[in-house]
Design a binder for this molecule. Structure first.
Ligand SMILES: Cc1cc2nc3c(=O)[nH]c(=O)nc-3n(C[C@H](O)[C@H](O)[C@H](O)COP(=O)(O)OP(=O)(O)OC[C@H]3O[C@@H](n4cnc5c(N)ncnc54)[C@H](O)[C@@H]3O)c2cc1C
Length: 173
């Protein structure tokens, strides 16, 4: 039986949105099973239906060619609030066969942190909320979470010491 074009388009849209929903449902269920700390859904997941999806996706992207509509978009953006959420995300993506893109600063020129052209479906694990900076002047060490910006690192060091520095760069392209 041949489907009319508009009907087949409708079915395709229904099927693709159902499959995105089930990926999200399965993923969030798996996360709950693999972490003891509750993951607040409204804070941790951003789906394409959410008005903040595109602004969040674009927020740190440096190569605008990878933001055009024809480039594949993630099924959703997961923003871990704790280290254990990241561990659970890795376990669950493996279990469910979902490809992960990990985004720290999102500056990667080839968009590896926010686009997957071949391995789909994919999701972004956005580390933007994991940005603590712990400075220990006595042993000259710093522990910096992946979402921290270079400015935050400079600032935290300067708070603790007037003589310590951190070699890093900033380039405009
Ligand atoms: C305008 C501009 C100027 C730049 N200038 C310089 C420069 O002067 N010197 C220089 O060395 N580089 C420079 N770069 C390159 C930039 O430093 C690299 O692209 C670097 O990878 C950006 O870090 P990020 O945290 O933003 O990476 P992201 O884009 O977040 O990630 C880069 C890659 O690492 C993976 N990844 C991210 N976080 C993690 C994690 N926590 N664990 C495992 N994998 C992870 C991502 O999936 C992706 O594959 C510049 C880039 C831009 C856009």
């Amino acid at each position: 039986m041949k489907l009319l074009p508009s009907l087949s388009l409708f079915l395709f849209l229904v099927i693709s949105s159902a499959s995105s929903a089930s990926i999200l449902d399965n993923f969030s269920q798996c996360l709950s099973d693999n972490t003891e700390i509750l993951i607040p859904f409204s804070k941790a997941f951003i789906t394409p239906n959410n008005s903040t999806f595109l602004p969040t996706l674009q927020s740190t992207a440096q190569n605008l060619r990878y933001l055009v509509p024809s480039v594949p978009k993630p099924d959703f953006i997961f923003t871990p609030l704790l280290d254990s959420h990241v561990q659970a995300a890795v376990i669950c993506s493996k279990q469910l066969g979902i490809h992960l893109r990990v985004r720290s600063g999102g500056h990667d020129y080839e968009a590896l942190s926010y686009v997957s052209q071949i391995e789909t479906p994919f999701i972004i694990v956005d580390l933007a909320k994991l940005r603590s900076v712990q400075i220990n002047i006595e042993d000259n060490s710093a522990w910096v979470q992946a979402g921290a910006s270079i400015g935050e690192v400079y600032y935290r060091i300067a708070e603790k010491s007037k003589t310590h520095g951190y070699p890093a760069g900033l380039a405009l392209a």
